[in-house]
Design a protein around this ligand. Structure first.
Ligand SMILES: Nc1nc2c(ncn2[C@@H]2O[C@H](COP(=O)(O)OP(=O)(O)O)[C@@H](O)[C@H]2O)c(=O)[nH]1
Ligand SMILES: [Mg+2]
Length: 465
């Protein structure tokens, strides 16, 4: 027990989302969560920390198993209203109870040591008398307490719970462990601040510090994305050749390598963003975006995959000053830029988009001493950076909306349908930087500009100003 910082024991019936709430609040997925009741057998401490400073402590606890029996025992030991908390304490410290009522002893221990109580119920299951005993035990501890209604499957019984819990708790809130967004999490910290005067300054400070930390993380992520974008957009590969070299074969090899490299830069960038937000073992499924299924890039299907529809892409093309008229013809004429040719053969297909650009540049570079090399890249296509940027943005926003209590893979294909693409003014400003990158000017300046624009756009999207 860290007695200098606000501490809360998260308690309740088994399988009501106690561990999930702790995981969401500390923003870390290391808290074990299971569909099987009874997974948590020991109370464990979890901290919200910033750097080396611990701000708030939560105890994840086992669920009540035999609350009636335990309450009767406590009652028997009580001399009167003023000694109730001693009776609870005596129960929790009695050595034989450790074996007879291990779960109740474990969950009461942090409370008798001074932790406040967060009582968790499931809003999809109705209130019933079987909860009375645990509510009484908690009241008898005399500790500050609030109740959270977690609507696991539905919120059908939320009102029913509110009226029951209102009799035992000063503060009752609905808090959906899986879906409560960041601002709801901060609100909760501020609600905790109402519980105890002594803890108020620290909890309010913790909530401010977390907000600042969130912004810093978004800033860092924007820098990671801007870095990977500039690498992708300036990436070129070469191989020495002589007069007998099979140029076509070498180009094909370099194109394949280039597309693999692009995929791996994107993957690394995503991992970077995930690790900034402590989503370290997250499995993101959207692999078939780069697969050989070869959907048409501008078909309805693929615009869903990328989150940018044809019209938007055309607009972005217009920002760059490309020949949009010609592009329209190309697209409405049914020209299909296949995914396979998009990455599997960036140049080979020679697909014409936005005024006759090939996807990636291919050229012979003449070196000193009569040596030559074949160079493939960088990707010149005007849509490409917007598609890649939008994928990165979609991933970042999905990560920001992903609570740590949620386990299993993150399906980015579903997320992209929910998350609107970057706003037009931002896309317009970013396109300026893309044009600079295409012309090979001051990469690091463009990179920092893109990072700034992305940061600003994300703060706006998240309502964090
Ligand atoms: N859909 C949904 N499931 C939840 C939510 N909170 C918890 N669960 C699920 O309910 C089960 C029990 O959660 P857990 O946190 O381990 O409950 P505990 O036993 O009270 O600690 C797990 O399968 C969770 O994924 C929620 O807010 N929404
Ligand atoms: Mg648990």
């Amino acid at each position: 027990m860290l007695d200098s910082i606000p501490s809360f024991a998260v308690v309740g019936h088994p399988n009501r989302g106690k561990s999930s709430i702790v995981s969401t609040l500390i923003q870390n997925s290391r808290v074990p969560i299971d569909a099987m009741p009874g997974t948590t057998t020991k109370s464990s401490s979890h901290l919200i920390s910033l750097g080396s400073e611990d701000l708030v402590q939560f105890f994840d606890t086992p669920g009540f198993q035999r609350p009636h029996k335990v309450f009767n025992l406590i009652k028997e030991d009580s001399q009167g209203a003023d000694s109730r908390h001693y009776a609870v304490r005596k129960f929790a410290l009695k050595s034989e109870n450790k074996e007879l009522y291990p779960d109740e002893v474990e969950l009461l221990r942090p409370i008798i040591d001074g932790a406040g109580i967060i009582y968790v119920v499931d809003g999809s299951i109705p209130y019933g008398e079987e909860f009375d005993a645990e509510l009484e035990i908690l009241r008898w501890t005399g500790q500050v307490r609030m109740a959270l209604i977690n609507p696991i499957d539905s919120g059908q019984y939320v009102e029913n719970w509110k009226s029951a819990l209102g009799q035992f708790f000063n503060v009752v809130r609905v808090f959906d462990a899986h879906h409560a967004d960041f601002s709801k999490q901060l609100d909760l910290l501020r609600d905790f601040a109402q519980l105890k005067e002594d803890w108020r300054p620290e909890l309010l400070r913790a909530s401010d510090a977390l907000l600042q930390d969130r912004k810093n993380k978004i800033k860092k992520s924007s820098e990671v994305i801007a870095q990977s974008l500039t690498s992708m957009l300036s990436l070129k590969l070469d191989e020495s050749i002589n007069d007998n070299s099979d140029k076509e074969k070498i180009i094909e090899k370099l194109e394949n390598k280039l597309s693999q490299k692009l995929v791996s830069i994107e993957a690394k960038s995503r991992k970077g963003v995930e690790s900034i937000f402590s989503h370290n073992n997250l499995d993101c499924s959207d692999s078939d975006l780069w697969a050989e299924k070869e959907p048409e890039l501008f078909s309805e299907e693929s615009s869903q995959l990328f989150g940018l529809d044809r019209k938007t892409l055309l607009k972005y093309g217009a920002f760059s000053g490309a020949a949009v008229g010609g592009t329209l013809d190309v697209i409405s004429g049914g020209s299909s830029l296949l995914m396979g040719s998009f990455l599997g053969g960036l140049v080979g297909a020679g697909t014409v988009l936005f005024g006759g650009d090939t996807l990636a540049e291919t050229k012979v570079v003449f070196l000193p001493l009569g040596r030559k090399s074949l160079q493939v890249g960088p990707v010149k296509n005007i849509s490409f950076p917007h598609l890649v940027l939008n994928r990165a943005w979609n991933h970042l926003v999905s990560i920001l909306g992903r609570n740590h209590s949620r386990r299993g893979s993150l399906d980015l294909r579903k997320e992209i349908e929910k998350i609107p693409p970057l706003s037009e003014p931002i896309a317009k400003k970013i396109e300026k930087e893309f044009s600079r990158i295409r012309s090979g000017n001051n990469l690091s300046l463009s990179r920092s500009q893109i990072a700034k624009l992305l940061y600003k756009a994300t703060l706006e999207q998240q309502n964090l100003k």
